[in-house]
Ligand binder design. Structure first.
Ligand code: NAG
Ligand code: NAG
Ligand code: NAG
Ligand code: NAG
Ligand code: NAG
Ligand code: NAG
Length: 506
């Protein structure tokens, strides 16, 4: 969290004149639910949820220079508790890790743990290079992150090649050559799962790509969709709530411009240190709205911060029926408390938090400066954030300054495709599920319509960021239970078709 915030406040601190550009959302970050994890752990007796292993991975899969042959220790987690074994060709479910510690992502993939007994599946969670404990250059994080020469090996294509190499080697070791592999991922991990299926169809028979904004590049989908969805989420809750937030940026700017104004803002929002800038305050508020929209789940959760069920409703309640006072700042303070202080433990608020509890280092900053040019920053006149046109120049300037590199905004669609995806995948692709929850701002860059009989879109009107993959709870609404059943049904079909061809086509 700290890092996404940091990334975006840094990315946009360059152009902060008058109404600062609010730049919410760091990457399609991923959602955690530790309380559910411990529940699952106790449910499955005292057994550990997984075993941690390391694999000697090659540094550069796409080059034959001597330095390409360097290796690093690549971490993966494995759980064979329910596996039906190699003899039965029982399936292998692989999570394609995202931009952080892989153990963190296991906490978000209840779907895999909960369906493993049904499928008799082996579970494997593979960490993404440069994150968590999978650090090249001898595991030396500082060295690996020194500059573009050492960071150059951090890319989605290298990560996918890592996954293919590891899976093939693991299957050999287990003599499970004919076990079907299904890949799963949420957010950036969901993009990787989808791309893995397209690039390595001989390794994975199918992919569940949850909340994967694979179309959010190069103006294929609108740079305004992300903030439009956040706007819509709040506005559909309450017009007043939307108006208060929308009107607040101007008030913040005006207050800050007055003598002693920063101090008024600091006190209004109970900011800890004397340090406050308009940018960081606006970023802090923007982050709360954005992440609340992403995690507008139907049950209480723990993203990075604990939240009640349907947190947007709660935020708007704090604004529409304020307990903290009737002026705009008091209302917003009440709303911010839903996101930053739901436990009631916060003594004061830190606008900038640079802790890194989830092993993200600053890898996403590099990825966002090279290939992950996700267009999310446009704000039309109705936006809940100040109006602004999407500007690629801001990103370019930041990346030149930070790494002395130029982003390649067209590379991802060139490498994996995205333009005219329906026409392209209709005849080329198969066995993919694209899940999206329409309350999730990232759904604007997702695949929302079926492409073919076996490349299907599952869309949940009331769903948020990869809600399907979360651990189930007894309070899950019926639509959520139903869509998970549908996913299980589709995956079962892929597997039985695979077994059929294994029996009859060899
Ligand atoms: C990049 O970092 C590596 C490792 O710390 C160092 O050896 C190299 O000299 C640096 N290169 C540049 C261009 O600064
Ligand atoms: C497969 O076995 C070899 C030999 O024991 C080991 O070095 C390698 O790490 C194993 N591969 C995986 C993916 O665990
Ligand atoms: C997307 O469209 C905008 C506005 O038309 C343009 O400024 C921008 O350069 C385009 N491409 C990218 C990659 O942002
Ligand atoms: C806000 O204003 C309403 C109506 O004027 C009043 O009833 C309420 O007590 C006020 N709330 C606070 C917290 O001051
Ligand atoms: C957090 O919530 C508690 C309980 O409502 C409150 O006493 C405390 O002042 C809040 N912290 C901040 C920084 O507002
Ligand atoms: C965005 O661009 C359009 C067309 O160039 C322009 O009319 C509008 O004023 C711009 N909006 C902002 C907020 O800069």
């Amino acid at each position: 969290m700290a890092i996404w915030l940091l990334l975006f406040s840094l990315l946009f601190s360059s152009n902060s004149i008058t109404i600062a550009k609010i730049v919410p959302a760091g990457f399609p970050s991923s959602i955690v639910q530790p309380e559910q994890l411990s529940l699952a752990t106790t449910k499955t007796s005292t057994n550990k949820l997984y075993e941690e292993k390391y694999f000697t991975q090659i540094l550069d899969h796409f080059n034959y220079n001597p330095q390409s042959y360097n290796t690093f220790q690549h971490r993966y987690l494995i759980n064979d508790k329910h596996w039906g074994g190699a003899k039965n060709n029982s399936p292998i479910f692989v999570y394609t890790g995202n931009e952080g510690d892989i153990e963190w992502f296991t906490q978000n993939t209840g779907f895999m743990f909960e369906t493993a007994p049904h499928f008799k599946a082996l579970l494997v969670f593979i960490e993404h290079r440069y994150y968590g404990k999978s650090i090249p250059f001898g595991g030396n994080k500082e060295r690996a992150y020194s500059n573009s020469t050492t960071l150059g090996y951090l890319s989605s294509t290298q990560a996918l090649a890592d996954y293919a190499t590891l899976i093939i080697d693991l299957k050999n070791n287990l003599t499970a050559i004919d076990s079907p592999v299904v890949v799963f991922g949420g957010s950036y991990g969901g993009m990787l799962a989808a791309w893995f299926r397209l690039k390595y169809p001989h390794v994975a028979i199918g992919a569940l790509a949850s909340s994967a904004p694979i179309l959010n590049f190069d103006n294929i989908t609108s740079p305004f969709s992300f903030n439009n969805i956040i706007t819509q989420d709040f506005r559909s809750e309450s017009e007043n709530c939307y108006k208060v937030i929308k009107g607040s940026w101007q008030k913040i700017e005006e207050t800050a411009a007055k003598p002693g104004g920063l101090e008024i803002l600091r006190k209004s929002f109970r900011i800890c240190k004397n340090y406050i800038s308009v940018n960081s305050l606006e970023g802090w508020l923007g982050t709360a709205y954005t992440y609340t929209a992403m995690t507008d789940y139907p049950t209480p959760t723990n993203f990075l911060n604990p939240l009640p069920a349907y947190p947007i409703k709660q935020m708007c309640k704090a604004i529409d029926h304020p307990k903290t006072g009737n002026n705009t700042f008091e209302k917003l303070y009440g709303a911010a408390n839903i996101y930053y202080n739901y436990t009631g433990d916060a003594k004061c608020f830190d606008l900038i938090d640079d802790s890194d509890p989830h092993g993200m280092a600053s890898g996403w900053t590099w990825q966002a400066c090279t290939e992950m040019i996700l267009l999310t920053d446009g704000n039309n006149v109705d936006s809940i954030f100040p109006a602004s046109n999407y500007s690629y120049i801001d990103r370019l300037l930041y990346c030149k300054d930070r790494f002395d590199i130029e982003p390649r905004p067209s590379w991802i669609p060139t490498e994996f495709g995205a333009r005219h995806i329906h026409r392209v995948l209709k005849r080329f692709g198969s066995n993919m599920i694209f899940f999206n929850g329409l309350r999730d701002p990232w759904s604007g860059g997702g695949v929302l319509k079926d492409i073919s009989k076996s490349v299907v879109a599952i869309v949940a009107k009331k769903g948020a960021h990869h809600v399907d993959l979360r651990f189930s709870t007894s309070e899950d609404p019926k639509w959520l239970q139903d869509l998970r059943k549908r996913e299980v049904h589709i995956i079962s079909k892929w597997i039985s078709e695979y077994y059929h061809s294994l029996t009859y086509s060899s």
